[in-house]
Write a protein that binds this ligand. Structure first.
Ligand SMILES: C[S@@+](CC[C@H](N)C(=O)[O-])C[C@H]1O[C@@H](n2cnc3c(N)ncnc32)[C@H](O)[C@@H]1O
Length: 188
């Protein structure tokens, strides 16, 4: 469920934060904020009036985030329920979704379902970022995920942070290609 040996480094957090809009009143969603190692870098870029939402599966980590980062709105829940969770907060669309959930360990059906939830939640020109370890990206689950990103987004840019152990792959995706109906999980 955690899928990580250590918290993400500052170098990774700085790369991730680049997709965060610095103007307007953006909505930024973090899927799997964990202990919040990316959250400060994201918050530093956010302008006044922005909303920073975290969706964290672990009850303990969600509680920890609520007390350590009171400026963040943390919902304890599953990224697979993203659309319903945002509806419950009165949020129509997000400008950026940043995810560090363990994608390569998920089944094909779960990868597909969560990506559908992401595309149903992003603005047309919003950005989606997914992090994975370089070795995890080479597994069958990691390759499946990369291929799914290619069929889900018009643009997928890959960046590697080598100053992290293990090194981190960033997939920075823009322009969802389709907006599938919300609802049941699909077959892999
Ligand atoms: C690898 S940790 C990342 C923590 C932090 N964002 C970082 O980069 O250091 C993955 C986090 O995703 C959470 N997670 C895993 N599956 C999830 C899901 N389906 N929905 C929401 N959070 C999930 C885990 O509880 C864990 O906190």
């Amino acid at each position: 469920m955690i899928g990580a040996a250590t918290p993400t480094t500052a170098a990774t957090a700085a790369t991730v934060a680049q997709v965060v809009p610095t103007t307007g009143r953006p909505v930024v969603v973090e899927l799997g904020p964990g202990t919040g190692s990316l959250s400060n870098g994201i918050a530093r870029r956010l302008p006044e009036g922005a909303r920073h939402i975290g969706i964290e599966l672990s009850r303990e980590l969600a509680e920890h985030l609520r007390s350590s980062k009171p400026w963040m709105h943390v919902a304890q829940g599953d990224a697979g329920d993203l659309r319903a969770l945002l509806d419950g907060m009165g949020v129509d669309r997000a400008d950026a979704v940043i995810s560090s959930i363990p994608w390569s360990l998920l089944s094909g059906a779960d990868q597909e379902h969560i990506l559908e939830q992401v595309t149903a939640s992003l603005r047309p020109h919003g950005a989606f970022t997914a992090l994975t370890y370089v070795p995890a990206g080479r597994t069958s689950g990691g390759r499946q995920f990369r291929s799914r990103l290619g069929s889900t987004f018009d643009e997928v840019v890959t960046h590697t942070t080598w100053r992290s152990f293990p090194p981190i792959l960033h997939y920075i995706c823009r322009r969802p290609l389709h907006r599938p109906a919300q609802g049941a999980r699909t077959a892999s």
